[in-house]
Ligand binder design. Structure first.
Ligand SMILES: [Zn+2]
Length: 317
């Protein structure tokens, strides 16, 4: 686009791609950023990954896209932050911001006077959401979570943003798209600042593969194409099921978790979703399906603590 694409100290003129680092004010935190300013006028999409730094397929996809996307193919711009929680990525000690132990995806829109994670969220809101028109945030299941690829999109930004977000989601090749009313995550906060957005989840358990990475890259390209930002060919998306109601089962005991189904498997009302047993294999708690539905994602570790997530169960029909 004609005008300069600028974030922090980084700037890309029309037809230019710039790689650099962004410094979060008042902290030692930095993160790699790529600005791609296209040749023609158009909108700007923000692609974030690594808000949870141990969710790897999206991080690999964002890194590879920052190399592969070229200004000549773009109308408008693309801003890529492949490792949003970069200090967490380097530390390799879980999914939080190392300096304050906080979950970055619960801190938005952030606080300029808070701890490192609060300031990082504030910086994303003020310097990135403010100059972009759309947002895709790439995630996976956590280190102890398994899931089927799915998309969350927000109902909280009004009808127009919801519908644009839904159409973005329908460009992606996932099994399920899930309505969300959360507000404190990166993408859900972007929605409240006027950006149609989605959160794409693929992979989990701390693994990554080039196959999952390629699937994420295909979906990002498809959304960019749908929005008129990128000229490219993509394979057609499969038609997803839209989930309006999701029940998030939590543990009411500490012990060992034995799920009965895998993500993507359909379950009938009344069937046992899983049970918690103690160290002598005695049943402590059982969890039953409240309706006909599908396991979207679930905890995959044997160890479970009280009041922790067990299963996200989407309603079908
Ligand atoms: Zn995540």
């Amino acid at each position: 686009m004609e005008k300069i694409l600028k974030i922090g100290t980084l700037a890309a003129a029309a037809g230019e791609k710039v790689h650099g680092f962004y410094q979060v004010e008042g902290t030692d935190l930095t993160m790699p950023v790529t600005l791609i300013n296209g040749r023609g006028e158009g909108k700007v999409l923000l692609l974030t990954a690594g808000v949870h730094p141990d969710e790897y397929p999206g991080i690999a996809a964002a890194i590879q896209l920052s190399n592969e996307l070229q200004p000549a193919d773009i109308c408008g711009g693309v801003v890529i932050v492949p490792m949003t929680n970069y200090s967490g990525f380097l530390a390799k000690k879980g999914s939080h911001v190392p300096a304050d132990g906080k979950n970055l995806n619960r801190l938005f829109p952030g606080d300029p006077n808070g701890t490192e994670g609060d300031r990082l969220a504030d910086a994303i809101t003020k310097d990135f959401h403010s100059v972009c028109d759309y947002n895709i945030d790439l995630h996976s299941g956590g280190i102890d979570e398994e899931m089927k690829p799915l998309i969350f999109f927000s109902l909280m930004g009004g009808k127009e943003i919801e519908e644009t977000s839904r159409q973005m989601a329908l460009s992606c090749s996932v099994s399920y798209i899930v309505r969300s009313t959360a507000t404190n995550g990166e993408y859900s906060s972007a929605v409240l600042h006027g950006l149609p957005s989605l959160l794409l989840e693929r992979g989990g358990n701390g693994f990554w593969s080039q196959e999952e990475t390629d699937a994420d890259k295909r979906d990002v390209r498809a959304v960019l194409k749908h929005l008129g930002i990128l000229a490219c060919e993509v394979e057609p998306a499969k038609i997803p099921v839209e989930i309006a109601v999701t029940k998030y089962y939590e543990s009411d005991a500490t012990g060992c978790w034995y799920p009965c189904f895998r993500p993507g498997e359909r379950v009938q009302k009344g069937e046992l979703l899983g049970e918690i047993r103690d160290h002598r294999d005695q049943v402590l708690s059982r969890y039953y399906a409240e309706y006909d539905g599908v396991v979207l994602y679930q905890t995959s570790s044997l160890s479970i603590l009280k009041n922790k997530a067990l299963v996200a169960f989407g309603k079908l029909g």
